[in-house]
Design a protein around this ligand. Structure first.
Ligand SMILES: O=C(O)c1ccccc1NCC(=O)[C@H](O)[C@H](O)COP(=O)(O)O
Length: 260
């Protein structure tokens, strides 16, 4: 069983329990459900921002504990001031130590588009994402069939949310891309070995149709990585650990983005 199989199996149980606690009607009644989403595509491609999607991540299966003390609202405020184009908030508790409350806290202080970073395996999670003020969602091709990807992307679109489709290889890209997606993310982390290589983004770049914003995810740790990825048409850069492993992720983001 791979780590992704474990996460997905756990997620299905978790979502079933969440549904018992709060119905879809309850989610639709939350005040943030009616908030107009901010366009991640516009912010990521804006010449006035950095293209960086800065992530709040306390822990991960590959690294264990990364940061047990940072306060999400401080980090969210700092990422915005640093020039981040978007923020990624892990809401998975079991494997990443995140919660939906983290996203709510980030939302309360930051105007940048926020992605609910989770393992979406049920419509409920997309409606929940809208109800906590997220602007875009992640669909991970390795967790879904192509039909599920399209179905969930259509639902998200109908709610006004944009969609970042994450792929790891050519096969996933070919099978899952559809006209409901907005951004295509190539994850540089091999989820079987946890090795990271930006060569994965470079290899897949020319296969991503031009109408999608290209995002490179994971293992980005310096400005040279970004300069290199830009040559291949990448406009979005998802960075988590490089900021979160420091005592002050907001300061790390400010120092990093100053160099761009
Ligand atoms: O990070 C992991 O260990 C991991 C394991 C299994 C599934 C997903 C995982 N990571 C999620 C991510 O996509 C990263 O948090 C994100 O791309 C940022 O990566 P990094 O800058 O390397 O922290």
């Amino acid at each position: 069983m791979t780590i992704l199989d474990k996460i997905v199996a756990h997620k299905k149980i978790e979502v079933a329990a969440r549904k018992e606690l709060l119905s879809v009607q309850d989610l639709e009644g939350r005040p943030l459900f009616d908030k107009e989403p901010v366009s991640a595509k516009s912010w990521i491609t804006s010449p006035n921002r950095s293209g960086i999607i800065a992530e709040f991540k306390r822990q991960s299966p590959s690294k264990g504990l990364i940061n047990g003390t940072a306060k999400v609202s401080d980090v969210a405020e700092g990422y915005y001031k640093a020039g981040a184009s978007a923020m990624s908030v892990l809401t998975d508790q079991e494997f990443f130590g995140g919660t939906v409350d983290d996203l709510l806290a980030a939302r309360s202080v930051s105007p940048v588009p926020i992605i609910r970073k989770d393992f979406i395996v049920d419509e409920y999670q997309i409606i929940e994402a809208k109800s906590i003020g997220a602007d875009f969602i992640l669909l991970i091709a390795s967790c879904l069939t192509p039909e599920e990807s399209k179905h969930y992307a259509t639902l998200a679109r109908n709610l006004g949310l944009q969609i970042l489709l994450e792929v790891h290889d050519e096969q996933e890209l070919e099978a899952h891309v559809c006209d409901k997606m907005d951004l295509i993310g190539v994850n540089n982390r091999n989820l079987k070995t946890f090795e990271v290589s930006i060569e994965t983004s470079i290899r897949l770049a020319e296969l991503i149709p031009n109408e999608y914003v290209k995002v490179s995810e994971s293992g980005i740790s310096n400005i040279e990585n970004i300069k290199e990825l830009k040559k291949y048409g990448y406009q979005g850069f998802l960075i988590g650990e490089n900021f979160m492993k420091t005592e002050d992720p907001a300061k790390a983001a400010i120092d990093f983005m100053k160099q761009l």
